[in-house]
Design a protein around this ligand. Sequence first.
Ligand SMILES: *Cc1c(COP(=O)(O)O)cnc(C)c1O
Length: 349
Amino acid sequence: MFVRPEIAAMIGYTPGEQPIGASKFIKLNTNENPYPPSPGIRRAIEEVLQRGLQKYPDPLANAFRTRAAELFGLPSKEWILCGNGSDDVLTICTRAFVGPGELLRLPYPSYILYRTLAQLQGARWEEIRFQDDWSLPPAFAAAGPGLKLAFLPNPNSPTGTMVSRSAVLDLAERLPCPLLVDEAYVDFAEFSCIDLVRQNEKILVSRSLSKSYGLAGLRFGFLAAQPQIIEQLIKVKDSYNCDALSIAAATAAIDDTAWLAENRRKIIATRSRLEGGLRQLAFDVIPSQANFVWATHPHRPAKALYEELKVVHVLVRYMNYPGWSDGLRISVGSDEQNEALLGLLRKSV
Ligand SMILES: *Cc1c(COP(=O)(O)O)cnc(C)c1O
């Protein structure tokens, strides 16, 4: 088949379903935001269209970098790398740090894409189980042959749990390689580690505009790290990895801090109603710091529940993590979506 054996052997990452005619579905399977984004985004995109799209965009997205450095308390734009979604940033880091046959470390259970990134690179990966309190064991920070990068989603997916700031600092001090803290969901959480990049060059923090800014369709994410690291990563990225429309829209999005604060408030309020509603129906729900919850039921298999809901056009994510658990990862939608879901489950469990 001509392709490298690593590619032929791998299965490939399967993103959550995006059904055709998605508007007929209550879609709670890929952690999208249920609310429209900041109105500033439309204006920013229209301005770019007025100027025209004949010219290449700024390869480094400096307008975004400058504003992001100010808003996130970093010394200058040289501390920011922009990407075509934060998945692009994760890919760039994997390509830059991990060579064929070398080792990538990740917690278990966590984001499935990390394995795919290792496979694409012809690298090995090692999964370290979270402890019962959702902290990481010392093995996560231990040296290992060929260990070149560790990923830590914080909040984690699919559990919505977090590792403390002091634990992140401690892990970075002990690890012999960079620790990429994936903060795709951090705007729904109680704390962030983005400022810790100033304290240790091994700490890299990625952010996404897909979830908390309601811009999954736009594709924009970024990485915060010390400038000597960013400078190297720039060599690895595609020359124009972010387009002119997304750079302008993403800059407008982070600028509207009032929109973000209000969205965060709404999602967190609905999340607590969702957790409460599920617990009333005897689900076990892990307390979440993200815009989704992980739910299992003592008597009803998760797969069957997922399928029943799908028949009535409610999509949640069924996930199976061998050796840990299977269950439902349910995105926090609007209150109406939440009520519809709980209403259906009330009849079903
Ligand atoms: C959604 C998600 C991302 C990727 O987000 P994009 O910016 O849309 O590429 C990264 N990490 C985790 C853990 C996610 O859930």
